[in-house]
Design a protein around this ligand. Structure first.
Ligand code: CA
Length: 709
């Protein structure tokens, strides 16, 4: 077929055994409705002329309705769905697909441009459907990437298979709705789904605290690889699920977690968990406390759990009876914890019981390097030497431990075993450096020209002298702007517009060894040295400022160093070894998410070893409002800085030199504040970790810590 009318006619006439072939090329704004009734062994097939040769772009989607349908080889890219779903295994609420398969399909960054306009990439309905060997990566707007729906009786006990897929990078969403896979919803969670999730790779699926949110019964998660993904496979609702033979490789990456157990008759067996650093509900293995007579959407008590033969190496946190509090007061009962192997190559106190664990029977477990183990029989402390096993996974050298830990033949799924073979999996995201270096001389717009030429990872080196920038520099890649090595003085950058630079989609910036002067900027409200696009940004960006002297950001009031827009999200903001002098607004203002929905503007914020003099607004203003618990951040470090006369402007909205509202990790240490407004930390939800130490408050009110509400 060469056009949409031809396609529609072909679908109308298709019967068992027929194939509809789309001509290679771009099919734009194509809402594909694929219906028909095939037979077992004689499906109706929709495929491209060549695998990967058809690109579905623009406002497009796919709905399947009928029996024995097969879709293969399509690529959804450069667009988004105009409806709620990209691929739905139903045409309408009552016309579902059954015995159908979607295979070797690609959905690559097919995102609504509005960060919090929610949509879903794959929605499974009906029964006996399969989604396999597909590639889903780069979902950056709100909404789970893939879900199995149980809202009709015809979609339950569905025997769906989800296998050999590549679930690639999902950036941090900064709010709820960033799951990669969900099966069921709390409303239908006591129904059986009966879905098999097998041999998939989940790589850097970092959207939120749940990588997989299981909300139904009778599902099996087997042989999957979770690679450096933040969050856990969460058995959130529903009973009788099996989590078996999966591999979780955290490799020490922050917030990587394993398996979280809630509800009845869950089996967690033969899994391998390595280098998982997550804590609390995001730990390597978490067995929750329940709520007595829990409503559907809270926490059912753990009953009859079987946790056996798992290998857990270098996990930071194994949490038993987790979440125990006045509401979650029902500890696990009738549960067994057998033949598990827990090894820390660096000794640590990694196993903690938060409540009564006499309802868990421990048998035959071996621990090594675990300090302060809960006092139970059934966990023997033994020295365990690890060696590389057949599948690349580590196992005890000593054969006496054969019965303990994950099976010795557990294999490591490889990236090349999943997804369509013809579609390349991404290398890691572009970073600072690594691109071409340009060395430039002072002058009018020499820097502007260099930025326009720079590609991803490009480095622009400035010789000493004065650089005048007459246009706002728009950055669409990570770009480094730094002084040439061994320069005698700092290059001075001055800018004539309301901002020196603006970060567009894909843009990040690193500034090293420069002086930045705002004195030429217009006498107008709302200037900034660096700002994000005024519109939502899907990607996560970074700003690094190292050894920079910024001054005279004062041509009007409320002149910020960094200003961000609502629905933009920084992976990291770093200000190190720098000096800021004469700024009328905020230095780092990350308070654009004002709706109290648990959203925020930056995951990691570090301001250290810097000096701030005559700053009208706050040095750091971070705001995350509301009570949502789906995120790990923000993380804020303010360390070893000197503040002089900071925050005194009557327009300082923060009313403080440092305001941190709702941050989850806070460290304010070794700072000296002189003649300044104080610092304020407002704790909201989620047991934030707060360290305040070694600060000096000279002619400055002391730090105030409050709880909200
Ligand atoms: Ca969630």
């Amino acid at each position: 077929m060469h056009d949409q009318a031809g396609y529609a006619a072909a679908v109308r006439g298709a019967g068992p055994g027929d194939a509809i072939v789309l001509a290679d090329g771009e099919w734009r704004d194509f809402e594909i409705v694929f219906t028909g009734v095939g037979r077992a062994g004689k499906p109706i097939t929709l495929k491209p002329q060549t695998k990967g040769g058809v690109r579905i772009t623009g406002r497009s989607n796919l709905r399947l309705g009928g029996e024995h349908l097969v879709v293969s080889g399509l690529v959804f890219t450069d667009g988004h769905t105009p409806t709620r779903d990209v691929i739905a295994f139903r045409r309408t609420k009552t016309h579902l697909a059954n015995h159908s398969r979607v295979t070797e399909v690609v959905i690559d960054r097919f995102n609504n441009p509005e960060r919090f306009e929610t949509d879903f990439w794959v929605m499974m309905y009906g029964r006996h459907n399969r989604f396999d060997h597909s590639y889903l990566a780069g979902k950056s707007n709100g909404g789970v990437a893939m879900a199995v729906r149980l809202d009709a009786p015809e979609s339950r006990q569905n025997a769906h298979r989800i296998d050999h897929n590549y679930f690639g990078h999902r950036p941090i969403l900064g709010g709820n709705g960033g799951e990669t896979l969900r099966i069921g919803t709390s409303h239908h969670s006591l129904n059986e789904s009966g879905t098999l999730v097998e041999n998939n790779v989940f790589e850097r699926c970092n959207g939120e605290v749940e990588i997989i949110s299981n909300k139904s019964g009778g599902n099996v998660f087997r042989g999957n690889l979770f690679l450096e993904s933040r969050g856990t496979l969460t058995l959130r609702h529903g009973n009788g699920n099996v989590v078996e033979g999966n591999v979780f490789l955290g490799n020490g990456v922050p917030h990587t977690g394993g398996i979280r157990i809630i509800n009845k008759r869950q089996t967690v067996r033969g899994n391998y968990l390595f280098g998982l650093t997550g804590r609390r509900f995001g730990g390597a293995l978490v067995v929750m406390n329940g709520v007595p007579n829990s409503p559907l959407n809270r926490y059912h008590q753990v009953e009859d759990a079987l946790i056996e033969q798992n290998t857990i190496i270098d996990a930071h946190h194994i949490e038993l009876a987790a979440g125990a509090d006045a509401e979650r007061s029902a500890p696990p009962v009738r549960s067994r914890f057998r033949n598990n192997l827990i090894v820390n190559t660096t000794p640590r106190r990694s196993v903690v019981a938060h409540d009564d664990i006499t309802g868990i029977r421990f048998e035959g477990n071996v621990a090594s390097g675990v300090m302060g183990l809960p006092q139970v029989d059934g966990i023997a402390t033994r020295p365990v030497q690890l060696v590389g096993g057949a599948g690349g996974l580590r196992q005890p050298a000593d054969a006496t431990f054969m019965e303990v830990g994950a099976p010795r033949d557990l294999a490591l799924l490889r990236r090349e075993d999943v997804g369509p073979a013809w579609y390349p999996k991404p290398a890691t995201a572009p970073r600072f450096g690594g691109g071409q270096t340009q060395r430039i001389s002072p002058g009018r717009d020499t820097l502007t020209a260099a930025v326009e030429q720079a590609g991803a990872g490009g480095v622009i080196e400035l010789r000493p002298g004065e650089y005048i920038v007459t246009k706002i520099l728009t950055l669409r890649h990570p770009i480094t702007v730094r002084v040439v090595p061994d320069a005698a003085s700092r290059p001075l950058v001055r800018f004539e517009r309301s901002a020196l630079m603006e970060l567009a989609e894909g843009g990040s910036v690193e500034l090293i060894g420069l002086a930045i002067d705002g004195g030429l900027a217009p006498d107008a409200y709302g200037n900034s040295a660096i700002r994000t696009s005024r519109h939502a940004l899907l990607g996560n960006y970074s700003v690094r400022v190292v050894d920079v002297e910024a001054r005279n950001l004062n041509t009007n009031h409320s002149f910020n160093f960094l200003r961000v827009a609502k629905h933009t999200f920084a992976r990291e903001i770093e200000v190190l070894d720098s000096t800021f002098r004469a700024v009328t607004g905020d230095v780092v203002a990350l308070n654009a998410e004002v709706d109290d929905l648990g959203l925020y503007n930056a995951e990691y914020v570090t301001v250290a070893a810097s000096r701030f003099v005559d700053i009208g607004g706050a040095v750091v203003n971070v705001y995350r409002g509301g009570t949502d618990e789906s995120t790990f951040g923000p993380h804020v470090t303010v360390r070893g800085n000197r503040f002089e006369r900071v925050g005194l402007s009557k327009r300082n909205a923060a009313g403080a030199a440092v305001l941190l509202h709702g941050a989850q990790w806070v460290s304010v240490t070794g700072n000296t504040l002189v003649g300044s407004r104080g610092a304020r930390i407002v704790e909201t939800v989620g047991e934030p970790i707060v360290a305040v130490d070694g600060n000096r408050w000279v002619d400055t009110p002391p730090l105030v810590m409050t709880e909200w509400p």
